[in-house]
Design a protein around this ligand. Sequence first.
Ligand code: NDP
Length: 292
Amino acid sequence: MAQIINGKLISQAIKDEVKQEVEALSGQGIMVTLAVVQVGNDPASTVYVNNKKKACEYTGIRSLSYTFPENAKQEELLSLIQELNSREDVNGILVQLPLPAHMDADSVIEAISPVKDVDGFHPQNVGALCIGKPGFVPCTPAGIIELLKRSGISIAGKECVVIGRSNIVGKPMALLLLRENGTVTIAHSRTEDLKTVAGRADILVAATGRAKMITSEYVKPGAAVIDVGMDRDENNKLCGDVDFDDVSRTAGAITPVPGGVGPMTIAMLMKNCLHAVRMQGKVDPARKKQEG
Ligand code: NDP
């Protein structure tokens, strides 16, 4: 039976670390602040936004909340973003996606100042990740790297296969595994003989959005299997892209759904808020040096 990678415990440890740092910053008179913007009232988005606010409360990060009706004009949203960009007391800006169809998500993301882009979706941060410069890294793949490291799973030199090539999960995941010196393959819906490609992986990341698609036939015995999926099974129950009952008999380590990757995303968002304070040069440099 595979080692179960417990995202709840690991994310809790990260939130506790963030909480301590937030306290230390508050001792220096710095109040870490995240602005959360929601357009419309999509129920899933409301749940995500509320969870982010709860995590802010826990860690001591101040959250500012902005909501627009579904039919708001894009200009109104852009003008709020401009205001938040220029506010000294706001460190991070998060616009909850998806946006209503009449808005252009790319323009909205590009309007956010790259030094406040705690989601790591701005093209400047995407480029920075590609060429190994400092910047914000998207929360879900960053959380997966933490899950692996804190579970004692080494990445360097390992065969890593990421199934999925979206801008928010698959591509940044592959880049992060490469940064950690993994040997990385990206697979997608046009990949031929996916079972053979996936079966080479020491670390297999499934981010397809296809419920329980990854069975043990895709998994090398002993591999670490990371399930990013948040899907619904035939009974409308939350499940992942991986058939957990089947794969946990073959894998060496596996993340469950729920309780695996999901909680890490928010923990890494909190970490990115701290990173924002550093990027904005708000931390006392002497202290920063001490912290290494
Ligand atoms: P997208 O739909 O944007 O991308 C899915 C990717 O999977 C695409 O690249 C697609 O290939 C590939 N794919 C789809 N079907 C197959 C298949 N049969 N074989 C091989 N590849 C396939 O999804 P996201 O990346 O946004 O999300 C992926 C999953 O992760 C979803 O379940 C989502 O809910 C979940 N998620 C979870 C988060 C968390 O915090 N836990 C955060 C974000 C997402 P192609 O490009 O060729 O179409």
